[in-house]
Write a protein that binds this ligand. Structure first.
Ligand SMILES: [Zn+2]
Ligand SMILES: [Zn+2]
Length: 252
C-alpha cells in the first residue's frame, strides 16, 4: 500500500462503518440500544454488566459456581461435591446473569447467530484462563434433537464450539447425536433432569473417540445433568472429556 492510500485507509474505514450504521444500525446485545461506531456487541453500560458476570475468576472446576478466593476448587464445592459427573473439569465464562444471559438468550431464541462469534471468543478466553488449552485435542458440542435444530436453524453450541476450535487451532467435529426427544429441562429438579436426559445421547455413525481428549461445549450449565450425560457417552467410548460453557446459573 502506498503512503497516500495508507493515510486515507483509516478515515475511509471509519466512514464505511458510519455509513453502514446509518443503513443498518447495530444494536447492543444486552439492552438493544443502538451502538456507536466504536462499540462492539455491547454498549459501555452493558460491558460493565458483563464484567460483573465474569469478574469473579475463582470458581468450582466441577459446576462453575463462584467460590471464595482461597477455596479449594478441584474436588467440587458444597453444591456439587456429591454429584457424579462424567467429565473431568469445567471452564466457564461467567454467571448466567445480566448482559451475558441476555446475549445467550438472543443467540438461542432471536436468531442472532453472529453473536456466537463474540461469545465464542469469550469462551476461548475462559478455556485459556482455566489452563485447559493443552487438555484437549478435539472440540465438540452438545447436540440438539433434529427437530429443535430445524426450528432454530442452527445449534448455538455448535457455533460456539466451531469458534473455540478455530481460535485454539484444534479440529472441531460433531461426535454426538440426540437419540430421542427430551422435554425442556427448565422446570425440573436435578433428579428430574438426570432422569430426563438419561440415555438420550449416542455417538454419531462411524465416530471413534477412543483415546481422544475432548472439549465438550454447551451454552448454559444449570445442574450439569445434560453436559454430564453427553460427556458420559463419550467417556464410555474411551474419551476423556472436559467441558466449556458460557454461563452457569446462580440459583440451583
Ligand atoms: Zn447495552
Ligand atoms: Zn461445584
Amino acid at each position: 500500500m502506498n503512503k497516500t492510500l495508507r493515510a486515507w485507509a483509516k478515515p475511509i474505514r471509519y466512514l464505511g462503518h458510519a455509513v453502514s450504521e446509518i443503513v443498518l444500525p447495530r444494536c447492543c446485545g444486552g439492552c438493544s440500544n443502538t451502538l456507536s461506531v466504536n462499540e462492539r456487541e455491547l454498549c459501555a453500560l452493558c460491558w460493565r454488566g458483563l464484567q460483573e458476570a465474569i469478574g469473579n475468576r475463582t470458581y468450582c472446576q466441577r459446576c462453575g459456581a463462584n467460590l471464595g478466593e482461597f477455596a479449594e476448587t478441584k474436588n467440587g464445592c458444597n453444591y456439587c461435591r456429591d454429584f457424579r459427573l462424567h467429565y473431568d473439569r469445567l471452564s466457564r465464562v461467567g454467571i448466567y446473569q445480566g448482559p451475558l444471559a441476555e446475549m445467550i438468550r438472543k443467540l438461542k431464541f432471536q436468531r442472532r447467530a453472529h453473536t456466537a462469534k463474540f461469545l465464542g471468543e469469550l469462551l476461548y478466553q475462559a478455556v485459556q484462563g482455566a489452563q485447559l488449552l493443552d487438555q484437549f485435542d478435539l472440540v465438540t458440542w452438545v447436540p440438539l434433537h433434529w427437530w429443535r435444530k430445524f426450528n432454530r436453524s442452527y445449534n448455538q453450541a455448535e457455533l460456539l464450539a466451531r469458534r473455540v476450535g478455530s481460535l485454539s487451532r484444534k479440529p472441531c467435529q460433531g461426535l454426538l447425536r440426540k437419540t430421542r426427544w427430551t422435554a425442556p429441562q427448565t422446570h425440573l429438579s436435578r433428579k428430574g433432569r438426570l432422569k430426563n436426559v438419561r440415555g438420550s445421547f449416542g455417538l454419531r455413525r462411524g465416530i471413534r473417540v477412543n483415546g481422544k481428549h475432548v472439549l465438550l461445549v454447551d451454552d448454559v450449565l444449570t445442574t450439569g445433568a445434560t453436559a454430564s450425560e453427553a460427556a458420559g457417552t463419550l467417556r464410555e467410548s474411551g474419551a476423556e472429556v472436559c467441558v466449556g460453557v458460557l454461563g452457569v446459573t446462580k440459583n440451583r
